[in-house]
Design a protein. Sequence first.
Length: 380
Amino acid sequence: MRITAFRVLRVAALSWLFLYVVVSGAGAAATKTCNRFASPHGSDRASGTLRHPFATPNRLVRSLRPGQTGCLRGGVYRQDLTIRRGGAPGHPIVLRSYPRERATIVGRVYLARGAAYTTLLALTLVGREIEHACLAMCPSPTVNADHTTWIRDDVTNDHADASCFLLGDSHGVYGPANYTTIQDDRIHDCGKMPPTNYDHGIYVEESRGSEIIDNLIYDNADRGIQLYPQAIGTLITGNVIADNGEGVVFGASGSQSSSDNLVQSNVIVNSRVLYNVAGAYGPTDRIGTGNMVRGNCIGGGPADDAANAGGVRADHAGFELLDNTLVTPRPAVKTTLILTAPLSLPPVVPLGTLAPPAIGIAAAASAHAEGACAGMGIRA
């Protein structure tokens, strides 16, 4: 049967029409999600539309008003990002990756005091500072604003000489970071190697009412989470905290002390240098009160010995223990934890027992933390 030129043209026309509908439909959906756009191929002199995007995250953020969302097209943006103006209660400004793409910011991310009610969503943040505002490398993200939210982000500094998250300033200069939410993130490979005792995955310095929920916190040089010197009322739950220099540490500096923090239903295992859970206080420090470590799966690492069962510092200074399960993690816990799937896809995290396939970070972390540590060598 002959295929006439008319039929070929008709098929081609229908194909182009289908492609136009698909592309324009995707663009319409993105336009509903995103108010302004930036692309590595854009221009900061552009209008910030989908067809005429900005070039940098800084320009994109400055264009947003409370309740608006700025979307970064997939690619790498090499620039320190400073956000000084945020949203409002119920109307945050949101900076996120464009739907079904992944944007990476290489540089320091700094949320200044005026950036309350800001959300960063589904971004890869590589905190290797470019402009060097600090004497050494600055922590990144540095948060000195209240009510900020970090969801489904991948946060690292590739073992630069700094912490990753720094919440608040205990010296009263830059501002606290109250009511911060860090959820469903990966926080890993933060801090200089070999360990120096100064570089942490999450450093909660001056903060009230913050929440650290359902994250994977691993391979950080020093503490996975440091609560020092004045972290008040922090909720830490559903996280996998593994293969860090230490796990979770409570501390104080003189009269500033971390109190009323709840560490519950986490997996805290295989700290490589010191303790899985500890209090760190000097002779003149006010020891924290009301700190509770409850219902966690804890064990492994060089400090897990007869004197410090589960790698929990024996003096329990500044915290109470209740209903935790001591375990002997598998030697391969690190390799089974690390995730090859991008955050835009649901990863599988087979820690201890196999996680059900195709579940997200939050569900996987919570399932393991709340699953009585099955298959991890529970000790009597």
